[in-house]
Design a protein around this ligand. Structure first.
Ligand code: E4P
Length: 216
């Protein structure tokens, strides 16, 4: 499973990349606004931290303008992936950019049918939002399962990029279902390493080792 970091926090991305946990990065206009940074500058800097895809989202709403923005974003770096909303215009832009071999991430997916459309339009990634469905008492993980089945039924190569991940259980369930990629905030990725029995076991081992008076 590929791990993408859902953030524009350069230090946090670099820290996880050093550990070996970054296969790519996703951003959205809200994440960019939160960073307080210039959009193109911050995307260029993120692109240097990983050879993997870095999603940069268009803000136009017509297909024609999305395509123009996508081409501009693509010029920032070789690993920019153009993120497009799941609207008819977004799908049209996805189809055009995909034919130009521009990597695309179709975002704001909340139904299996939307995911089917993205695959038909050649999307590199589809981003189903788990947490936002859970927020309205629907089942985000069921959506990932349905998309997995549909894509496997027809051999679509579009990768399922599980997004809006809010906790470690989401990551585990996505891995069990077979999502190709998950994107999560740095804090969630760090939490994956935590277990109370690991902490307890390590403390006991270190205490016993101290009694031996040895060093390595
Ligand atoms: C993914 O590409 C999105 O940026 C992100 O996962 C959205 O997460 P949120 O629903 O927590 O804002």
């Amino acid at each position: 499973m590929k791990f993408f970091v859902d953030s524009a926090d350069l230090d946090a991305i670099a820290e996880l990349a050093d550990i070996g946990l970054v296969d790519g990065v996703t951003t959205n206009p809200s994440i960019i606004a939160k960073s307080g940074r210039d959009f193109k500058e911050v995307i260029a800097e993120i692109c240097k931290l990983t050879p993997g895809h870095v999603s940069a989202e268009v803000v136009a709403t017509s297909a024609e303008d999305m395509i123009k923005e996508g081409r501009i974003l693509r010029k920032i770096a070789e690993n920019v992936c153009v993120k497009l909303p799941l609207t008819m215009d977004g799908l049209k832009a996805c189809n055009t950019l995909s034919k130009e071999e521009v990597p695309t991430n179709v975002t704001l997916c909340f139904s299996p049918n939307q995911a089917l459309l993205a695959a038909k339009c050649g999307a590199t990634y589809i981003s189903p939002f788990i947490g936002r469905l859970d927020d309205i008492t629907l089942d985000g993980l069921e959506l990932i399962e349905d998309i997995r089945t549909i894509y496997d039924n027809y051999g679509y190569e579009t990768e399922i990029l599980a997004a809006s991940i809010r906790n470690v259980n989401h990551v585990k369930e996505c891995a069990l279902i077979g999502a190709d990629v998950m994107t999560a905030p740095p804090a969630v990725i760090k939490n994956l390493a935590n277990h109370v029995l690991t902490d307890k076991g390590l403390a006991a081992f270190l205490k016993d080792w101290e009694k031996t008076g040895q060093s390595i």
